[in-house]
Design a protein around this ligand. Structure first.
Ligand code: ARG
Length: 460
């Protein structure tokens, strides 16, 4: 059993059950790198301020650097019996450099230490997540560009609505992912405060230089209240909330693609390499990757709830409950990263079923609003125009006729404002060309949007 950081005060050994139950080493190992970097900065400061002998500081730093090498190489042997990663590294350091190691924990508590480690971890992860989001945006953009001529029926209420350019639909994904990225980066900015020096909760009587540690670790600011420094977990909650929103976006994209890949829609074909089959039905090619993406949202929202509920009833400041913020945090980050990775690859493995999509564009209900707007341009009120077109649609549907086949005389019965010219825009191209309001689906505007995103995402 490794030596406890607090063992001397205890009259008896803790039960093996307690040790096992309270240990976090099984899941906080991934903080090792940050723990060591934080300790190096702390030791350097202690030496510089002569709080410990500079030669002890130097020896601690040397020892920590060599442990860091092992960690980075994957050669560090985690002790499954350690209480947590902080104790584990302390113990290994003591074995490596002897007595000087005992001075590392001067003017520090695991309470400010763990806050620091997690903040450093999150900072790095947010950088990775932002990069993955950019890669996904680029993959969507590439797919959009290579299908830039395709027009699809757009849906509201999952009922056929109006024609839209496929690229326009895909760029809607890119917009939402951009908001996700900016939310993550702003969470990073808000959490960019260095907590070390808060110690257990009240600060320390020793002459620490928090500013020096802040600079070495590259934080923007210092935390301003030692109690808040060890109590605050907003940076975890905020990240999980941002990941929850992101996961909803990813799930909605997945759902679009699942629908589009059904035989009923038949808008897209997803390559075999990203589908799976059925053990009983030989004909099946199922979009399981997308379904698992959609299904993962529950896990991530569960992680957010889990941390919120964990914190809700806690008095300030540090409570051991807080140790349990790590599994949900790590799970959410790992899950989102694996979703982003596979989504990026999947977008390169979809083809548009152009013929099938084209065949859906003959549905004239797609153009009903174009007819309404035509009449409005001719001076009718919106209500009159809507009534007239509504009647046309109903009669045509009842009689199995098409508006484009009505004679001019028949058209004029609905409104004298109609003439045969309207038939010119009862097609998908004309329909999308008409949508020229800023942000609309006209191909000209969509092309500009592509250029805007190419510039923003640095792709050519
Ligand atoms: N493993 C603990 C955690 O993750 C570290 C802090 C423990 N602090 C303490 N006073 N027991 O929160």
């Amino acid at each position: 059993m490794p030596k406890k950081l607090w063992g001397t005060r205890f009259a008896r050994q803790t039960s093996a059950l307690t040790d096992k139950f309270t240990s976090s080493i099984a899941y906080d190992q991934r903080l090792a790198k940050y723990d060591i970097l934080g300790s190096i900065a702390h030791a350097r400061m202690l030496g510089r301020k002569k709080i410990i002998a500079p030669k002890d500081a130097a020896s601690i730093i040397r020892g920590l650097k060599s442990i860091l090498q092992d960690v980075l190489k994957g050669a560090f042997k985690y002790d499954p019996k350690a209480e947590d990663i902080h104790s584990n590294i302390q113990e290994v350091l003591a074995k490596k450099i002897g007595k000087a190691a005992d001075k590392l924990h001067t003017a520090r508590s695991r309470n400010d230490q763990v806050a620091l480690d997690v903040k450093m971890y999150i900072r790095e992860e947010i950088g990775d997540l932002a990069e993955l989001l950019t890669l996904l945006q680029r993959a969507v953009l590439k797919f959009a560009k290579s299908n830039s001529k395709v027009i699809i029926p757009g849906y509201t209420h999952l009922q056929v609505a109006q024609c839209v350019v496929l690229t326009h639909h895909l760029l809607a994904y890119v917009e939402s992912l951009e908001r996700d990225k900016s939310r993550l980066l702003s969470a990073k900015e808000r959490s960019d405060e260095m907590p070390l020096g808060a110690c257990a909760l009240s600060g320390t009587s020793l002459p620490v230089d928090r500013e020096m540690v802040r600079k070495e670790l590259g934080f923007k600011r210092l935390t301003q209240n030692s109690i808040d420094s060890v109590s605050d977990r907003d940076y975890i909650v905020e990240l999980l909330a941002d990941l929850s929103i992101l996961s909803v976006h990813l799930s909605r994209i997945a759902e679009d693609l699942i629908l589009w890949s059904t035989r009923e829609f038949n808008f897209i074909d997803i390559d075999f390499s990203f589908c799976t089959g059925s053990s009983i039905m030989p004909h099946k090619k199922n979009p399981d990757v997308l379904e698992l993406i959609r299904g993962s949202v529950g896990k991530i929202h569960g992680d957010l709830s889990s941390v919120l509920i964990l914190l809700k009833g806690l008095p300030l400041s540090y409570n051991r409950d807080m140790q349990l913020d790590k599994p949900p945090l790590f799970n959410a980050i790992d899950t989102i990263k694996s979703i982003l990775e596979i989504f990026i690859a999947l977008f390169g493995n979809i083809v548009i079923e152009k013929e099938a999509v084209l065949s859906r564009l003959h549905d004239e209900s797609l153009f009903s609003v174009d007819l309404v707007e035509y009449l409005i341009r001719k001076g009718l009120s919106y209500r009159q125009a809507h009534d007239i077109v509504g009647r046309m649609v109903r009669v045509c549907l009842d009689k199995g006729r098409k508006i484009s086949e009505l004679s001019e005389a028949e058209l004029k019965k609905y409104s004298p404002k109609f003439d045969a010219g309207i038939k010119g825009f009862l097609n998908a191209e004309a329909s999308v060309n008409l949508k020229s309001s800023p942000g609309g689906t006209s191909p000209k505007l969509v092309k500009k949007q592509i250029l805007r995103w190419q510039k923003k995402l640095k792709v050519s």
